[in-house]
Design a protein around this ligand. Structure first.
Ligand code: WQD
Length: 364
């Protein structure tokens, strides 16, 4: 696949970095843009730390890194004018559910305006192939399980973050109706967790983790005292919520399959595809799996429910297998052990000790 150039937005983040690694390993040329809102560039380096490590792990170079924002239309124009882009993979977007409730306009401006800018520039330069990072939150609280791609979306999203994903899918559907040559694959992630098997790249939450797995690993490594389990009075086997956890490396392969599909086959139109395992686990089952996989005890306390949480969410994963010839291969134990390996090797995430001191000093 030499000479096939992909443009990856938000490439330095957790999902983006794991996907860029997969694209490089499989012979794609990659140019990336990131506004660095969720990542760090350590002193004297040109690239975010996550992408420096991706280059080390693959022995390949990213063709170009642009420190920039999708809302800068001049910057986007120059990128497309100077590169013969084949496919765009769009990760860039704010994704903290709780923050989106507090700051809706920040989310609509960043996620919606940024994406519209990207789509307009693609149209101007006749780039009509897009893989979009969507989310299972577009389904809201499902009426039945497992969730298929035909379920209604946008009806009861519980937060502005989920609504931006729903709105962007609707915008993309309209673009495909108006321009039938366009191919858009919208990958609806369930719960990506874990890390690359090397333990050198992984998830670095900003501040206190909002998601379950990074919170568990920070308790296990001693950065946090105990895990709060949000409610055990749900109608599930042990009263705690069920989610479809998906290994980040399986998720990355799913993106590679989507690019291959959209590039190699005539696949016009808008296609939403679930990326999940088809299997759900409760919070307590995840805690137990982590303790078995790592031998480390995770102290926890049952507290009240978290507003907006659905009782149970897991995917019908058949369409991805039919259309992309993709299915998840890694189990919950591997998800837990890889997350733990990342956390152990990187107790401060990508921040070097110096950065930590700088951050602490900046707060004085
Ligand atoms: C999972 C379960 C919590 C933390 C969100 C987004 C989704 C995707 C993944 C972006 C729930 C419980 C959690 C904790 C807990 N992000 N939990 N204690 O909410 O399913 O999905 O993140 O695409 O779009 O909506 O993931 O990891 O926050 O929660 O008990 O400290 O763990 O109640 O049942 P969620 P999560």
């Amino acid at each position: 696949m030499m000479g096939r150039l992909v443009f990856v937005t938000g490439a330095a983040g957790y999902v983006g970095s794991h996907c860029v690694l997969e694209f490089l390993v499989n012979g794609y040329d990659v140019i990336v843009i990131d506004n660095l809102v969720n990542c760090v560039i350590t002193d004297g380096n040109e690239l975010p730390e996550s992408l420096i490590r991706v280059q080390h792990l693959t022995g390949k170079k990213i063709k170009q890194f642009i420190d920039g924002d999708l809302r800068d239309s001049h910057l986007l124009d120059s990128i497309f004018a100077n590169n013969d882009i084949d496919v765009v993979i769009h990760f860039a977007g704010l994704k903290a559910v709780g923050e989106s409730i507090d700051k809706p306009l920040l989310y609509y401006d960043n996620n919606i305006i940024g994406t519209i800018n990207l789509l307009k520039t693609m149209k101007k330069y006749k780039v009509d192939k897009l893989v979009f990072s969507s989310s299972s939150t577009v389904y809201g609280e499902p009426e039945q399980l497992p969730i298929t791609e035909h379920f209604p979306t946008g009806q009861n999203c519980t937060n502005p973050y989920g609504r931006t994903k729903y709105m962007l899918e609707e915008i993309m559907k309209d673009v495909c109706r108006a321009s039938p040559d366009w191919s858009i694959i919208s990958l609806r992630y369930f719960n990506p967790v874990g890390a690359h098997f090397s333990g050198d790249i992984g998830e670095q939450p900003n501040g206190e983790p909002k998601n379950l797995m990074p919170y568990i690993t920070q308790v296990a490594v001693g950065v946090r005292q105990e895990l709060k389990v949000f409610g055990n009075d749900y109608k599930t086997s042990d009263g705690t919520c069920i989610r479809d956890y998906l290994h980040i490396e399986d998720l990355a392969v799913g993106h590679l399959k989507a690019i291959d599909k959209i590039y190699n086959n005539n696949f016009p139109g808008f296609h939403a595809i679930n990326l999940g395992t088809g299997r759900g686990y409760t919070v307590l089952e995840v805690i137990r799996a982590f303790e078995v996989a790592t031998g480390v005890k995770v102290p926890y306390k049952i507290v009240g429910r978290r507003p907006g949480d659905a009782c149970a969410v897991y995917a019908d994963a058949r369409l991805a297998q039919e259309v992309l010839e993709w299915k998840a291969t890694r189990g919950l134990q591997d998800m837990c052990s890889s997350a733990w390996k990342w956390q152990q090797k990187n107790p401060n995430g990508y921040r070097s000790k110096i950065n930590i001191v700088q951050i602490l000093l900046s707060k004085l």
